[in-house]
Design a protein around this ligand. Sequence first.
Ligand code: BES
Ligand code: ZN
Ligand code: ZN
Length: 507
Amino acid sequence: MNITKKAKSFDQLTAELLIVGVRRNSDQVKGWEQFVSFFGPSVEDWLKSGDIQTEQKKLTKLPVTTSNQNVKRVLFVGLGDQKTLTDKILRETFGLVGKELKKLKASNFAIWPESFTAAPIDENDIAFLSAEGIGMGYYTIPHYKTTSNEPDQYLESVEFVTNSDINEIVSSYQVGKVYADSVNEARSLVNQPPNILTAPVLADYAFELAKQYDFEVEILSKKELEELGMGGILSVNQGSSIEPRMITLKYKATDEWDQVIGLVGKGVTYDTGGYSIKPKTGMVGMKGDMGGAAAVLGAMKIIGELRPDQNVVAVIGATDNMISSDAMKPDDVITTFSGKTVEVLNSDAEGRLVLADAVTYAKQHGANYLIDVATLTGGVITALGFDKTGALTNNEGFFDAFIESSIETGEFVWGMPLTESDKKRIRKSDVADLNNSPGSDGHMIFGGGFVGEFVGNTPWIHLDIAGTSDAKSAHDLGPKGGTGVMVRTLATFIERFKDLQQERTSI
Ligand code: BES
Ligand code: ZN
Ligand code: ZN
């Protein structure tokens, strides 16, 4: 990857635009005097008068005339009171900077990392957070309009003003950019229309990813799923004219295939609800019902780029959920890949049927730990809204370690209780081992709890991203639409897992 140019001092910059953090109460960083002598004393007056805004997340762009002929503009970024600065606020602030850079069509710019620091957030952290935030903020949805489908300007050229080790700063920036690019790819998968992103097309994408990063890959066709007896995914696919796929990618970090983390994604490329059909208002947006698959593939892209010391198997069940005379009906009894039978009470509770087979298959491929990610229930939105991912687990130590990574990435995850009485209701059926829809009261737990019936004693986390995968409106880190939620948390967790295990005896 060819991203950066190096500049040590303001005089050496070749970029036209310089990005600088400013704080309230002239509480600026050590190097501020150097900046003022480069920029001119009027900057102090403009700070005092408020012409340069210092409140958090406020941007001010000013044309400049300096000793450096190249720098034409400075983008001042308000940081407010530095005591309140966090990674999350900085990442979001850089998201807004990314949006501004897009507006300005600025493809080459410089950052002064020191101006953004706030203990314990150092210049390397700022380089990472700026790449992540700017990269995500810069993103726009690929579209099919016949006019102005200009390709994105790409953020390839960045300079840094620093007295620290510039190579370290550049490499932190590169890692941040890998994170942002991977989130953006996941977003684009979610944003694809369902007539274009079908299960076979999603499988082709995964196959190309595997080739690019040297993953082992297996794509199972409908015939192969039938031979294996994967009645969960097949029953969901029954009403469709488009074939399903079970996608498996393996990243082998060690010679021994052990300590394997299994990432399992719901890849329902369109969810009509089947015969338990969704109302017309509830159906729009169901192209995003493969957000779990997108999260897993986005995380695998980061893993492919950064090659952590951790074995990973990714399994994605891909199909749409359609209606025809062949489609699954409420009252059907199906046999999953595990052998467990399920009474189908609601054909719209299809994700759990797909995940049942995918989880069983991940275990067969040696997963010692399981994390499933799915846009599984409207119930999670009722319970937690659109800004929190709901979770279940069968292993508190494993979950606590995961939460540590989610705090690092700023992606809110909230654990919900899965009790014995919930499990009893999932297991209640006169004709089968399980039912797929025990009721609407607290039904996020029934959705995830159903998947839990297939994990056995393997440490497991379920992530219901129905509320967080698709933003209803633009936000600091991106536009309306696919968010790529969980890409960064999954990848961070995988990168950190060996260390987290050592710190804790319980996983
Ligand atoms: N794909 C939906 C869940 C969903 C809802 C995702 C809203 C994104 C936004 C899922 O397959 C579904 O339809 N779940 C039902 C389950 C119910 C029938 C037991 C639900 O949550 O209403
Ligand atoms: Zn559904
Ligand atoms: Zn669904």
